[in-house]
Every structure is written in C-alpha cells, then in structure tokens.
Design a protein around this ligand. Structure first.
Ligand SMILES: *Cc1c(COP(=O)(O)O)cnc(C)c1O
Length: 301
C-alpha cells in the first residue's frame, strides 16, 4: 500500500446554550474522524516517521507506551496497513485489555518491561536492534520532530480564521506542531491554548522548546488535569456524559474530556470576547473511554 491516507477531518460548529449566552462561536476540527484506530493526532504524528522508514528501507517500527496507549494501537494498525513489522514495549507488568488485544490483532509484538527498564527506552531499543539497523525508534506518544511536522499540517487545512485554537497535551508534540503551523502561516491574531492532561503541565512548554516550536502565542491552562494522567473525578464524568448526550460527539476522560471541560470553564469565567471564534482540535480517543468504563459504570450516571 502507498504511504498515503486520504482522510476526512471537517471543521464543525457546535451549538450549545452556553456558547450562545456568552456570544462565542465554537468549532471542532474532527481529527477523531481520520481513522478509528489510528486515532486523531496519532496519524499526524506517525506520517513522517513512516515516510522516513520507507526511505531508509527500514521494515520494523519500534515504539513505547502504557497499557492503554492510543499511540501503541495507532502504530500497530499503521504498521499493518503500510507493511511494517511492529514491536511495542509496554510499561509495567503483563496485563491484557481491549487496546493491547487490538494491538496484537494488528500483528504487534508486545514486550512488557518494568517501569525502571521503561525509563531507558534507547537501551531497550539498542539491546535488540543495533543503531542503523532495519528498525525505526519512535518515541512514546510519537514525540519528536517527525510528529511535530505532521501536526503542523493541521493549520494549512483550516477553512476559517480563529481567535483561539485549543488542544489537549500529553507530550506536547501536537501543540508544537500547531504552534509551528500558526507561525509559518503568520496567524498573528490566533492565540494557541494547551490543556495539559498531566499534573505539573508547565513542562509542556519545555518539551515544545526542545522541539524548537515557537511559544510566543501559547497559553497553557495547567489546572485541568483532574489529579493527573488518566485520573478522573465524578464531576468530569458527569460533564462528559452531558456533553456527549447533547452533541452526539464522543469525548473521553483522558484527553478530550479535560479539553472540553477547560473550554466550558474558561467560557463561564468570561475569558473570551464577544464574537470570538474558537477552534478545538478533537484528537480522537474512543479507546480512552474503554479504559475507564468500569469507573464510569460504577458512578451510575
Ligand atoms: C495522544 C493523545 C493526545 C496527546 O497528544 P500530544 O501530542 O502527545 O500532546 C491528545 N489527545 C488524544 C486523544 C491522544 O490520544
């Protein structure tokens, strides 16, 4: 298969009473519709890594993630589509869950490693493959310059001008891409907003700088992590249930739930000016909901 993926990621306006009341217009860039398993930003982040692997005649993709990692699943699926072997180093003791089962279905070899071993990703890679071998190292979450480049293309696709663009952040690669795209297209009136889903999210700025992304137009909203990565509260689940049932648009508790919650909270606090146009990047994530479904069920919402 050629290394192209024709996809559909429209910008849709959302109409909710709060937006009308506060006179803001909210749009969503539906990257979640790109592919069911190479979800959202994960295709953007893999694209140039895969192109580089093909160019260098590498036939194996090696990457890293936690047991519910969207990135592992995306790599497994993309590997199957485009003719690569895939190996996933999984953090922590051997477990089984729907995401890892789907990784295996797509042919990924899973290697469980302790948390200490996981910290030394390059060593894990080199123990098995020599550098310059037929395998490509792809960092956890698709972090890196290839990932950033793929995400910068989002800006070129936009049909409207926006005052604000919002995105959830895990490694900051997607935000770094958006920041680069905004700067390349000289969108001086667009403010970029990141919502880190981990505690202590200010580190995202450092990660972006390490990728040489411009940060002049960036604001990080670091208070919407709900206790940390993959941590939730009943309030967050109630918000998600209300949002999904009112819009028909799936969001999940790990990334996009926190992103949309942050937006609602900031609108409520009158952060925006009347007639501001706001875009949220929907980065995907049905699998994030699968990982939390027992917690959701126990709430009896
Ligand atoms: C991986 C992921 C992110 C995080 O993107 P980064 O580029 O690592 O900041 C955001 N949203 C979803 C749904 C994801 O799966």
């Amino acid at each position: 298969m050629e290394l192209t993926l024709d996809f559909y990621s429209p910008e849709e306006e959302l109409f909710l009473p709060l937006f009308k009341e506060k006179q803001v217009r909210v749009f969503v860039k539906r990257d979640d519709l790109i592919h069911p398993f190479i979800s959202g930003n994960k295709w953007r982040k893999l694209k140039y890594a895969l192109i580089s692997a093909k160019e260098n005649k590498q036939d194996t993709l090696v990457t890293f993630g936690g047991a519910w990692s969207n990135h592992l699943l995306a790599t497994a699926c993309a590997g199957a589509m485009f003719g690569f072997n895939t190996i996933g180093f999984v953090r922590g003791e051997s477990v089984s869950n729907p995401v890892l089962a789907m990784c295996k279905l797509y042919g990924m070899e899973l290697v469980f490693v302790t948390r200490t071993e996981y910290k030394h990703k390059t060593d894990l890679f080199l123990q098995r493959f020599e550098s310059g071998s037929n395998a490509l190292f792809i960092d956890e979450g698709g972090y890196g310059p290839h990932g950033m480049r793929g995400c910068s293309e989002i800006i070129a696709e936009l049909k409207h001008a926006y005052n604000h663009i919002f995105c959830a952040a895990g490694t900051g690669t997607t935000l770094a891409g958006l920041a680069t795209g905004i700067s390349d297209h000289k969108l001086e009136h667009t403010q970029l907003h990141g919502v880190p889903v981990l505690k202590g999210g200010a580190f995202i700025e450092t990660e972006m700088k390490n990728l040489t992304a411009p940060i002049q137009q960036l604001t990080l909203h670091t208070d919407y992590h709900f206790g940390g990565y993959a941590k939730t509260t009943p309030e967050l689940f109630h918000f998600i249930q209300e949002f999904v049932s009112k819009t028909g648009m799936m969001i999940e508790p790990v990334y996009t739930g926190k992103l949309f919650y942050a937006l609602h909270d900031l609108i409520n606090k009158n952060t925006f000016s009347p007639d501001d146009k706001i875009l949220l990047l929907h980065t995907g994530g049905l699998t994030g909901f699968l990982g939390m479904y027992e917690e959701f069920t126990s709430l009896n919402i």
